[in-house]
Design a protein around this ligand. Structure first.
Ligand code: ZN
Length: 292
């Protein structure tokens, strides 16, 4: 696998993993479109130097839609087949919509599919504290499925009003849940930091915290350094993880550019090697249960 020297350090330690595999870069936020092949995915990861990818079931590209329950079930099955046999490189996050009364059942169904290890949720038309969402959280907690939430504004014009970081405090009713808020909640990054800070104030170990935050960027470039600097100071690298938020199929170079953007910010902020390693793989490895 090609390794570029974006880290500007030869000293960082490779993460060990329980199966003996090591992870240097985990992309914890990659979208399936429903139109990629397994070969496409693995080639893109190789070209991007990504050791392990979290692939989200398709829900934004036709015929898959959050509004159509059966399309989501189809998408979850599609994803399971896409990643089958590649547990060393890939895991799948199912998608359900709590507005569908059968969503808890659909999640149970998805959790039984090979390779499905978590859940992606996108609040639109429901709030993260609604009863319908709690019914889904109960299943996620029972099956030990981490959840990746969209948080913050949407770039496609959907209303972001359902996705403010503080609304996700509802998951504290399910202490076993381990969730990630995407995009650092932008433009509500201060609010996201406040949510994540609570466990730190109370002395909860980072890996035991219910919240971590991905730095797939919702924010325009002008905000990114400040956003990351504050998150690092308030939350610490232990609660921050990398995700490219790229849509497959795409060239590995497209994913790689997200890594390079983050690397440039690390340089700008003088982030040390240990913190870089934690953000690029350690936080997600712990969250996914694949770290050492
Ligand atoms: Zn995304």
């Amino acid at each position: 696998m090609r390794r570029s020297n974006v880290w500007n350090t030869g000293a960082y330690r490779r993460l060990g993993a329980t199966n003996g595999k090591t992870y240097v870069i985990i992309d914890a936020h990659l979208h399936s479109s429903g139109h990629e092949t397994t070969k496409d995915v693995l080639e893109s990861l190789d070209r991007a130097d990504i050791d392990f990818g979290v692939i989200l079931a398709p829900f934004l590209t036709a015929p898959y839609s959050l509004l159509n329950r059966n399309s989501l079930r189809d998408g979850n099955r599609y994803l399971s087949k896409l990643i089958a046999g590649h547990a060393d490189r890939l895991c799948g996050f199912a998608v359900v919509n709590p507005l569908h009364a059968e969503a808890p059942f659909d999640l149970e169904e998805a959790a039984s599919l090979p390779g499905i290890r978590g859940l992606k949720m996108v609040p639109t038309g429901w709030y993260p504290y609604d009863d319908c969402a709690h019914r889904v959280y109960e299943v996620a907690a029972r099956f030990n499925l981490p959840i990746l939430f969209h948080s913050g504004i949407f770039i496609d014009g959907k209303s972001g009003r359902f996705c403010r970081p503080t609304f996700y405090e509802a998951v504290r009713d399910h202490p076993g849940l381990r969730v990630t808020l995407a995009h650092l909640g932008w433009p509500w990054c201060d609010e996201a930091n406040a949510v994540g800070l609570i466990d730190r104030i109370n002395g909860v170990e980072a890996d035991a915290s219910q919240f971590r935050f991905d730095i797939s960027f919702g924010s325009p470039p002008a905000y990114r350094a400040e956003t990351l600097r504050k998150a690092l100071e308030v939350l610490g690298a232990d609660l921050i993880q990398f995700g490219s938020d790229r849509f497959l199929p795409c060239p590995g170079e497209h994913i790689r550019s997200a890594i390079d953007d983050v690397s440039a910010l690390f340089d700008e902020l003088s982030v040390d090697a240990g913190a870089r390693q934690r953000i690029m793989s350690g936080t997600a490895a712990s969250w996914l249960g694949i770290g050492d």
